[in-house]
Ligand binder design. Structure first.
Ligand code: NAD
Length: 483
């Protein structure tokens, strides 16, 4: 069986402590690789390698750093189908989705940050003083140093490149820890870095779960942490870095709302909502789990969305026609099924799904779940307040705009929202009224990588994307010159 190793100081290292964990295909339940777990010594070596590489890398002109990143993007593109296959094996997501979303966005991420980083300007202010004199203020931006990058399993390569490319173009060295459930594309990414000629130690990859994550965030050599994952883990990471007061960027969970007004083109809205609820089996932090629908069209939207759910093709992820894969693991399926039971207990009417599909003998040990829709719930119910992270949404009626805004904002999370309407003014007005980091009108998960991404409330701290990433991955030193 293939062994996935840690990438430290520009090399894949072989560990002799014997601690390995399985890499399981969630579609079949079959273990297809073993992963060497990074222990304390390995994490320390990775941070030390990063620390040694950070100085020379920070002094490398930004144009050269950007050029190297473009070569990394070219290497991913050259091995595109290998990355797709690795992502499919790790996550069970459909091959078409991995191609269209994960690997394409990874290439785009790396190129985008090469561009953003190498063309960024500097802030400066001309300050007028009493008596006609002036002063010039300008800020020079310096990399943080060594950044810990911790990412989850749902969009493993997309989220890894989103953070690593931005950190590197700013002149940081990084230690990346992918999720223990999805190590394969991170290992291939390390190969792509080496092929592109990235200096040894500038990017290191350590494998493991929460224990390895804690070794990394608690390491005194870490100068900042960028983390994407659950809110509960985010809180633990915050406690780990608190004694040394390091900057954190947190992209956490959500309980995202969609608001559907009664002037929509029904078919277009239902198509968009179906994407928002079911993409990647509902395992995108931006996925919609609460759909507020104007009462006049409630039954039509519910029926239309249920039809779309039944049309989804669950099946072999390597089949080009498959639209929907399994959940990431048996453990996660238990959690989602727990919410299915809770919803019924809370009085939900299951209008489609609600259980485990019969997938036939080859896939019967996979973590399959039925796309599911509920009506009959309110904002008081736990399943409408807590993140499920599965292919599921509660549909709730409303009567007017203010009520819809209040219902959508009635949450401790604040990641994303979508508003569906043909009234231009209302679209802007309601989108702006959402207490979230990203608000879409008549679309969902449409991204311009220069725009800010992140959440408020329990959904995170800070923003990344475009200039926001450059701000997080650097520290400004303001210079004031009396003229
Ligand atoms: P998770 O919090 O369980 O794990 C995320 C990462 O943190 C993994 O690499 C894990 O090994 C590591 N980790 C676990 N315990 C740790 C600790 N104590 N210290 C340091 N690292 C630790 O999350 P998950 O289940 O992998 O991912 C799903 C969650 O991620 C969902 O809540 C989802 O909403 C969220 N998410 C958010 C965004 C966003 O951009 N806001 C994007 C994707 C996913």
């Amino acid at each position: 069986m293939r062994t996935i190793r840690n990438f430290v100081g520009g090399k894949f290292v072989e560990l002799d402590h014997g601690r390995r964990f399985d890499n399981v295909d969630p579609a079949t339940g079959v273990t297809f690789a073993e992963v060497e777990e990074a222990d304390e010594a390995t994490v320390d070596q990775a941070v030390t390698a990063a620390w040694e590489a950070a100085g020379p890398w920070a002094r490398t002109p930004v144009r050269e750093r950007a050029e190297l990143l473009r070569r990394v993007a070219d290497r991913i593109e050259a091995r595109f189908e290998e990355f797709v296959a690795a992502e499919v094996a790790d996550t069970g997501k459909p091959v078409a989705l991995a191609r269209e979303l994960d690997v394409s966005r990874a290439v785009a991420n790396v190129r985008a940050f090469a561009d953003v980083g190498s063309t960024a300007g500097q802030e400066s202010f001309l300050t007028e003083l009493p008596g006609g004199r002036r002063a010039l203020n300008y800020a020079v931006r310096k990399p943080l140093g060594v950044v810990a990058v911790i990412v989850p399993w749902n969009l493993p390569l997309l989220l890894l490149t989103w953070k690593v490319a931005a950190a590197l173009v700013c002149g940081n060295a990084v230690v990346v820890k992918p999720s223990e459930l999805t190590p394969s594309t991170a290992a291939l990414f390390a190969e792509a870095l080496a092929e592109a000629g990235l200096p040894a130690g500038v990017c290191n990859v350590v494998h493991g779960g929460g224990v390895t994550g804690e070794l990394l965030t608690g390491h005194p050599g870490i100068d900042g942490v960028t983390f994407t994952g659950s809110t509960a883990t985010g809180a633990r990471v915050m406690r780990a870095v608190a004694p040394r007061v390091r900057p954190v960027s947190f992209e956490l969970g959500g309980k995202n709302a969609a608001i559907v007004f009664d002037d929509v083109d029904l078919d277009e809205a239902v198509t968009g909502l179906s994407r928002a609820v079911f993409t990647n089996t509902g395992q995108v932090c931006l996925c919609t789990e609460r759909v507020y629908v104007h009462r006049r069209i409630f039954d039509d939207v519910a029926a239309g969305l249920a039809d779309r759910a039944r049309e989804l093709r669950l099946g072999d992820p390597s089949d080009e026609a498959t639209t929907t894969g399994p959940l990431i693991s048996q453990l996660h399926r238990q959690k989602v099924l727990g919410y299915f039971a809770l919803a019924e207990h809370e009085g939900a009417k299951v209008i489609t799904g609600g259980g485990v599909p019969d997938m036939g003998s080859d896939l019967e040990d996979g973590s399959w779940i039925e796309p599911t829709l509920w009506t009959g719930l309110t904002n008081e119910d736990r399943v409408v307040r807590e993140e499920v992270f599965g292919p599921v949404a509660a549909l709730i009626p409303f009567d007017d705009e203010n009520e819809a805004i209040a219902l959508a904002n009635d949450t401790d999370y604040g990641l994303a929202a979508s508003v569906w309407t043909n009234d231009l003014r209302r679209g802007h007005r309601v989108a702006q009224a959402m207490n979230v980091g990203m608000s879409w009108v008549n679309t969902w998960f449409l991204r311009d990588l220069r725009s800010p991404f992140g959440g408020m409330g329990l959904s995170g701290i800070g923003r990344e994307g475009g200039a926001s990433s450059l701000h997080f991955y650097t520290e400004p030193t303001n210079v004031c010159v009396q003229l």
